[in-house]
Design a protein around this ligand. Structure first.
Ligand code: ISC
Length: 472
């Protein structure tokens, strides 16, 4: 990436902008390849979700991820560049795309500010192949036309555009100035693309099959010695009496689950995959990778003492410790061959959410030279928190046992920046929303000794988050 020392705020006149764009066009003419021009500026405090909602277009790709409790949120929409891939090489393919784009990127402005510079918004489905008619491809990475992010008190807006050898500079400049104006005066009263009259209510829920039978199928594979652990999920199709607005649902989720990642990934065809996930897949910042082993669940208590008793029971549960141990062991085993030396505490701790509590072990490691975040992701995904152990045997059985395609449920959803940093969450506690329909997902890890009835109850607890968001 080429960083030019131009201050876009001081050079915001149409003439200065055209002069800068001419420089970019000369570079494009030099080798005949278009340039990605990325302009970053710090702006006054904005709520990225409010911005995305105000500008929401159901016909455009968008990406949103937020950690409310650490005041971090990033929104981007309208693709200027998109890459799609499938198969076992999909992560490598995504990395090649990113390297190629960065090699022909010209960035100006507050590139070093939090969330400055171009970002690559990415979503990888659970499996590396998808079925006909699924909402999302096995891998999609896009660079948005605009991006707004908040990190604490700092809000950064980024405009991205393509400059080709034959681009018309006046048209491009006008587009940049229009985008700039848009972020200076957000019209929060803009009509939502989906009219929402009142709070929609769910009037029909359907579910195929019986989850207890699915769990018994998993237990049979365990008894046969094929797998030690398998994570099995169920879906409920909910229909409401009025159109759902994915970002309004998300607003409810972020309020109720401030310690989770609230996220929305839209496919530009009116379908959005949204959720509030407690699980980080990987984060890379300043040369350090962070991941976690999250598995084993119990409900929250009605009182402090009941809650503490349930937590203590979970910490002491041999079955849940084994379930979570598979995840930790797999993370370490998969990272070590890349040269990572993972560090983690010897005992898990409790991670308490509004509806459930989990066993949790944070893992961190220094990034080895020459290793990218996506190399680590390719090794880690899917962890036994959502797949199973051994991975290949478990993953090969999930589709048949569950009876539906997972799509982005339990997939890897996140962003990467030009500095090699980025963050991915696991797409659980989630739903695929379209019009008046929401397909809601919830799963549970099955090991020897799992009880189908208890696993059913656990998925009911996990469903509750999305159900409550739908009901308001
Ligand atoms: C697969 C899911 O959760 C995983 C993450 C945490 C705890 C889990 C469990 O206790 O089974 C699951 O492994 C889900 O919520 O759909």
């Amino acid at each position: 990436m080429t960083i030019l020392p131009i201050n876009p705020t001081e050079n915001a006149s149409p003439d200065a902008l055209i002069g800068f764009l001419r420089q970019c066009r000369e570079a494009a003419r030099g080798d005949g390849r278009e340039r990605l021009v990325s302009i970053s500026i710090q702006v006054g405090a904005l709520d990225p979700l409010a911005v995305l909602e105000a500008i929401f277009e159901s016909g455009e790709l968008h990406f949103y991820a937020e950690r409310p409790n650490i005041h971090t949120a990033i929104a981007g929409a309208e693709a200027v560049l998109v890459h799609e891939a499938s198969g076992p090489e999909r992560f490598e393919s995504a990395q090649r795309f990113i390297d190629d784009v960065l090699a022909r990127t010209i960035a100006v402005g507050d590139v070093d500010a939090p969330f400055g510079g171009p970002h690559f918004f990415s979503a990888f489905t659970f499996l590396d192949q998808v079925e006909q008619g699924e909402a999302f491809p096995a891998a999609r990475v896009f660079v948005p036309r605009w991006q707004v992010a908040r990190a604490g008190e700092v809000t950064t807006a980024v405009a991205n555009l393509l400059v080709a050898p034959d681009s018309d500079l006046a048209t491009l400049a006008e587009r940049v100035l229009r985008a700039h104006g848009k972020f200076k005066h957000i019209d929060y009263d803009a009509k939502p693309a989906v009219p929402v009259t009142s709070q929609p209510c769910v009037f029909q829920t359907t579910e195929a099959g019986d989850f207890r039978t699915t769990v018994k199928g998993g237990l049979a594979a365990i008894a046969a010695g094929v797998v030690k652990k398998i994570v099995l999920a169920r879906v409920q199709d909910m229909q409401t009496n009025a159109p759902l607005h994915p970002l309004r649902l998300l607003n409810g989720l972020r309020e109720r689950f401030p310690e989770c990642y609230s996220f929305s990934v839209a496919n530009g065809r009116g379908q959005s995959f949204i959720g509030a996930s407690p699980e980080r897949l990987v984060r890379v910042s300043k040369g350090v990778l962070e991941t976690e082993a999250l598995a084993g669940s119990a409900r929250r208590g009605q009182s402090a003492s009941e809650d503490a008793a349930l937590g203590a029971e979970l910490l002491a549960s041999e079955k849940d410790r084994r379930e979570q141990g598979h995840v930790l062991e797999s993370i370490v085993r998969r990272l070590e061959p890349l040269g990572f030396a993972p560090q983690f505490p010897s005992q898990p701790v409790l991670r308490k959410l509004a509806n459930v509590q989990h066993l949790h072990t944070p893992v961190s490691a220094v990034m080895p030279a020459g290793i990218h975040l996506l190399d680590a992701l390719a090794r880690l995904h899917p962890t036994p928190a959502v797949g199973g152990s051994p991975r290949e045997e478990a993953v090969a059985r999930i589709r048949d046992l569950e009876g539906f395609p997972r799509g982005l449920y339990a997939g890897a959803i996140g962003w990467l920046n030009a500095r090699g940093g980025g963050e991915f969450l696991v797409g659980i506690r989630s739903a695929l929303v379209e019009g008046r329909n929401a397909r809601v997902y919830a799963g549970a890890g099955i090991v020897a000794g799992s009880d189908p009835e208890r696993e059913f109850a656990e998925t009911e607890l996990k469903f509750r988050a999305m159900r409550e968001a739908l009901l308001g």
